[in-house]
Design a protein around this ligand. Structure first.
Ligand code: AMP
Length: 228
């Protein structure tokens, strides 16, 4: 995929697989916007909007927010001019129904997806990762207390915020378990859906962040895999 062609990507993986971190790399490397439905919903909750208030209970317990709340918000985001060269979707679609609705919308607007990347990792590692995850309440950048800590303890590295990092309520253990169950029952079928469309690329996510980045870069530049 050259730099001039639009890149319309979907990132799939359990919560904590590293979608946000890899999306940030893709944004920096190719200059396309990061569209995270989770970040958008947390933004709505912070603002206290009716949408945010309706979504809050579902999110904090680890359940999916009903489609009718999500889809309008997503479509509005995808019509903004910065998506002209593409986008990286993170956290959407999360069910087969959402995948079909997305396809219909993108077909209508003549913006078909160009690739789907699945971050493959097992659940035990996820639980360990999420319980150590901290997030900046200002810019949503994520850290891992052991593998990817901020330069100054508990503070966001970004000069523009420097906020005290927090733990998301849905990163508490009972919510993590619900989110993993939801992923396996509702989101896993989306992976097969895209496999059948020939769009799917699987990347082992239980390796250093840099190695995952290199693999994603190779895929998106259309280079063949080298043997290890
Ligand atoms: P995330 O930050 O992507 O893990 O999303 C956090 C939470 O927001 C999820 O556990 C869901 O409750 C909700 N959410 C985000 N994206 C979606 C979606 N596409 N469909 C339904 N709920 C979503």
């Amino acid at each position: 995929m050259g730099n001039d062609k639009p890149m319309r990507l979907v990132l799939i993986g359990q919560p904590g697989a590293g979608k946000g971190t890899q999306a940030a790399f893709i944004v920096e490397r190719w200059g396309i916007p990061h569209v995270s439905t989770g970040d958008m919903l947390r933004d709505e909750m912070r603002k206290g909007s009716p949408l945010g208030e309706e979504a809050r209970g579902f999110i904090n317990q680890g359940f999916l927010v009903p489609d009718e709340l999500i889809f309008g918000m997503l479509k509005e985001r995808l019509t903004r001019p910065d998506t002209g060269r593409g986008f990286v979707l993170d956290g959407f679609p999360r069910s087969q129904g959402q995948a079909v609705a997305l396809d219909e919308y993108l077909e209508r607007t003549e913006q078909p997806l160009t690739a789907v990347i699945v971050l493959v990792i097992n659940d035990d590692i996820i639980v360990q990762r999420l319980s150590n995850r901290r997030v900046c309440p200002e810019c949503a950048r994520t850290y891992h207390l052991i593998n990817n800590p901020p330069r100054t303890a508990d503070r966001c590295d970004e000069y523009k915020c420097r906020q005290t990092l927090v733990q998301r309520p849905d990163d508490k253990e009972s919510a993590i378990r619900t989110r993993l169950q939801v992923f396996h029952s509702q989101t896993a079928p989306v992976i097969e859906y895209y496999r059948q469309q020939g769009l799917l690329h699987e990347v082992q996510a239980n390796q250093e962040i840099l190695r995952v980045q290199i693999e994603i870069e190779r895929i998106l530049e259309g280079r063949p895999a080298t043997r290890r």
